[in-house]
Design a protein around this ligand. Structure first.
Ligand code: ATP
Length: 311
């Protein structure tokens, strides 16, 4: 019985958190997946964001070392900054540790050495609730609730009115699609409703984040290949949502990082190169070779598609 009561209590806890209407979807997953990895310090204070004009939330990683298990270091001393309102993209080969960086900023795990600060405050010294309220995460794979489209978007800010929900959907470039659905915004989606494509789900997540309007954004781009049109639509939605926000992009495709203020190339847990798109291409190193390879792959895919369509 003891064994059973713990998870039941835990589910009860999650349920109460959701009922309070304060919990973010990210927090819910965090609770379910990595329960008790990290705890608030007894003296934890809410994160205080300094405004530099209208922009807030400067991020700094200083010599960050992290491993999921002691024998296998994942990040081996990473330092970079995202100035308030700017965009930094992390790129690099699969398994380099890109998504791990986003998980650490969100404090899913604590680091073993170094520091991660937001406006000078160590993420370990502030309450998790305030930290997560300041960060909007557009994850790789969005899980939708078995409820209406409107509900799924409004989750970003439960007291938002219909007009605000629709405005967010417009900015996320999903409004036209929603209006074509059988019941418009009242159409039920999710596992037991209408199934949306990966790109559509991601745009619902973007609309949700636009409503939440967090000062800091983490965009963990989907690994799955999207067709070029969808990719352009999502890119322009993401550009809008990241405007004037401190943004960390975890990029699995390079086409999305061209406009970033700084690109960090991660390889096996270390920063191999850093700079702007043009600067890195000129350097002719790892980034340049990744770029050329990806461009060739995209051209080959487009060519195949055209051949198939003309058949
Ligand atoms: P990709 O582009 O393929 O998504 P990535 O650069 O985002 O890769 P991470 O997801 O940060 O890579 O993972 C870095 C390394 O850490 C990988 O080798 C992965 O196997 C390992 N790893 C990730 N999550 C865990 C975990 N929860 N426990 C143990 N190891 C993990």
């Amino acid at each position: 019985l003891m064994q059973l009561s713990v998870p039941l209590n835990f589910i009860g806890f999650v349920y109460r958190e959701i009922r309070q209407g304060l919990t973010d979807i990210e927090q819910m997953f965090e609770l379910l997946e990595v329960e008790a990895e990290v705890n608030d310090r007894p003296d934890a204070k809410p994160l205080a964001l300094n405004a530099t004009g209208t922009q807030k939330g400067a991020i700094a990683f200083k010599d960050v070392r992290f491993s999921y298990d002691p024998e296998r270091p994942i990040l081996k001393g990473i330092s970079f900054e995202v100035p308030a309102g700017k965009t930094v993209a992390i790129v690099g080969p699969s398994g380099a540790g890109k998504s791990t960086i986003s998980r650490l900023l969100y404090r899913f795990y604590d680091i073993q050495d170094g520091s991660i600060t937001i406006d000078g405050q160590d993420v370990r010294d502030v309450t998790q609730r305030s930290l997560r309220a300041a960060i909007g995460m557009v994850p790789q794979d969005t899980v939708l609730f078995n409820d209406t489209v409107a509900y799924n978007i409004r989750y970003g800010r439960p007291n938002a009115g219909d007009a605000e929900v629709q405005k967010a959907a417009e900015i996320a470039q999903i409004d036209t699609f929603i209006k074509q659905l059988p019941d418009g915004y009242e159409t039920r989606v999710g596992e037991r409703g209408l199934k949306l494509s990966g790109g559509e789900k991601q745009r619902v997540a973007i609309a949700r984040t636009i409503l939440k309007a967090p000062p800091i954004l983490i965009l963990d781009e989907a690994t799955s290949a999207l067709d070029t049109t969808t990719e352009h639509e999502i890119q322009s939605a993401l550009d809008k949502v990241s405007e004037n926000r401190t943004t960390l992009v975890i990029a699995h495709r390079l086409s999305t990082v061209i406009g970033a203020d700084e690109i960090i190339v991660l390889r096996a847990g270390e920063i191999a190169e850093r700079g702007t798109h043009a600067g890195l291409l000129a350097e002719g190193g790892l980034y340049a070779s990744m770029w050329n390879r990806q461009r060739e792959a995209t051209q080959a895919e487009e060519h195949l598609r055209q051949v198939r369509e003309s058949d």
